[in-house]
Design a protein around this ligand. Structure first.
Ligand code: NAD
Length: 490
């Protein structure tokens, strides 16, 4: 990979590990131990210029002429290369993010399936022709948008990078991807594997760097045709402003405060363990974490007790231990922020049933925490805490459940637990969210569109629809008439 010494990771530009021209080298720290992990190159403006230039050259060169069948072969080859290197990638990601390796292994499986899905979905890229009447013939062409500037966050560095790379490459675009400066290692490794399996130089460029510096420069770069961003709603709003100057194509995958709605008639044998998983996997640092559990009043006390009992049994610790279920948070600073929310919840009148105290050993660990007696208007119910903290909120009836579920600015995901299938479908139609699960906690599958309503963003990932976001449609109209065309009759 892009390693010069054992612990130094360079930029990946034009098919090779590249020293920064005007960036810098920064020390990375393992969140779970506080130990140094290596030094990573951060891209400066000149580096972004070089990456965008390489991406344009690839479009104008070999990559622009590569037929869809060959792009498909390359995407499948990259999936195979990830499988062949999955142990190494899992450890790299787990150490870089502090995330439990058991979760990371599942994420790698999904990354592989995602490359395979888009490798096959290439077959659906096609224009159309429809009759215009008379002697006119029409057909449309699907063309890649061009150079995609992609920006991803730290919580799922590999997953987010692969969600963005696969459809862009399938569509024939080239990419300059900026991972978060703290978590660039898996994206750099994937780019290196892509190069090894035959993606031409310049097709995938990785430029780790700061958000307001490298990220903002990439979004504003006149050579970038499309921006695909995943991150917080606040940053998404900034990115939207920056992208507006160049009228860039834009997709935004933003924050969430997703409800998990449990009716009294639900099968609690599934609803309770699944609800526990839905907030605490990835230590709650998931955009679609079901961080608001809405429970029908007659069930509320029993639910809080059984949920808290489950949360208290989770194994928190060394991310590399295969038994660990909850790893560390991304950083000490983030732990402070999460704890600040718990303190705020206490002040607002919430009851901390389990957790709620940060550990004092090495590493940014925070225990699974349950806040009960929460009102949906409290800040802990409205703001994205992005940690292992759940808020449990009572509701009266079906109408009230829908009201509370929709009473946030976000709309990414919702899960409904009920023994009444018709009610499940009724709620699916009334909840304003990009994905609704009924008696099922899982959220993201290659082939199923994923994205937000309201301030959770726009555009979809993982679906066939996503290809369209990397394609332009060109209409070609031609006269087949042998007669002269003389509209003014001159
Ligand atoms: P963030 O918005 O702080 O950063 C996200 C990325 O944007 C990082 O790479 C960062 O360096 C970059 N960035 C920051 N400022 C920028 C700017 N001015 N211009 C351009 N780029 C900039 O978010 P985060 O804290 O890293 O990630 C967590 C957030 O991401 C949460 O809100 C979470 O819900 C969201 N998220 C959403 C999805 C989804 O699919 N909807 C998936 C994962 C995470």
């Amino acid at each position: 990979m892009a390693v010069v010494t054992e612990r130094e990771y360079l930029l990946f530009i034009n098919g090779e590990a590249t020293e920064p021209a005007d960036g810098e080298l920064r020390e990375l720290v393992e969140p779970a131990s506080g130990e140094p992990l290596g030094r990573v190159a951060l891209a400066g403006e000149k580096d972004v210029d070089r990456a965008v230039e390489a991406a344009h050259a690839a479009l104008a060169g070999d990559w622009g002429r590569t037929p869809p069948t060959e792009r498909s072969r390359l995407l499948h080859a990259l999936a195979d290369a990830i499988v062949a290197n999955r142990k190494e990638i899992a450890e790299l990601e787990s150490r870089n993010v502090g995330k439990a390796i058991s979760s990371v292994k599942l994420e790698i499986n999904q990354a592989v399936e995602n490359f395979r899905y888009y490798g096959s979905a290439i077959a659906t890229i096609a224009g159309r022709s429809n009759p215009l009447g008379g002697s006119l013939l029409f057909y449309s062409l699907k063309e890649p948008v061009g150079v995609a500037g992609q920006i991803v966050p730290w919580n799922y560095p590999l997953t987010m990078a692969t969600w963005k790379l696969a459809p862009a490459l399938a569509a024939g675009c080239t990419v300059v991807l900026k991972p978060d400066e703290a978590t660039p290692l898996s994206a750099l490794r994937v780019a290196e594997l892509a190069s090894e399996v035959g993606f031409p130089p310049g097709v995938i460029n990785i430029v780790p760097g700061g958000g307001p510096t490298t990220g903002a420069y990439l979004v504003s770069h006149p050579g970038v045709d499309k921006v695909a961003f995943t991150g917080s709603t606040a940053t998404g709003s900034e990115v939207m402003k920056l992208a507006s100057d160049g009228i860039k194509r834009l997709t935004l995958e933003l924050g969430g405060k997703s409800p998990n709605i449990v009716f009294a008639d639900a099968d609690l044998g599934s609803a309770i363990p699944s609800s526990v998983w839905s907030i605490y996997y990835a230590a709650g640092q998931s955009c679609e974490a079901r961080s608001r559990v809405l429970v029908e009043k007659p069930l509320y006390d029993e639910f809080v007790n059984r949920f808290s009992e489950g949360a208290g049994t989770l194994k928190v610790g060394d991310p590399l231990d295969p038994e660990t279920q909850v790893g560390s948070l991304i950083s000490e600073n983030h732990r402070k922020r999460v704890h600040g929310f718990v303190e705020k919840g206490r002040e607002e009148g919430a009851e901390v049933v389990v957790g709620g105290e940060p550990g004092n050993g090495a590493g940014a660990f925070y225990p699974p925490t349950v806040l009960a007696k929460v009102d949906n208007a409290m800040s802990v119910a409205q703001e994205e805490i992005f940690g292992p903290v759940v808020t449990v909120i009572p509701f009266e009836d079906e109408k009230d459940a829908v009201r509370v579920a929709n009473d946030v600015r976000y709309g990414l995901m919702a899960t409904v637990w009920t023994g009444d299938p018709a009610r499940g479908h009724r709620l699916a139609r009334q909840i304003k969210a990009g994905t609704v699960g009924i008696n099922m906690p899982y959220t993201a599958f290659p082939g199923i569109p994923f994205g937000g309503y309201k301030q959770s963003g726009f555009g979809r990932e993982l679906g066939l629809e996503t290809l369209e976001l990397y394609l332009e449609t060109k209409s070609v109209i031609v006269s087949t008439s042998p007669k002269p065309i003389n509209p003014f009759g001159i």
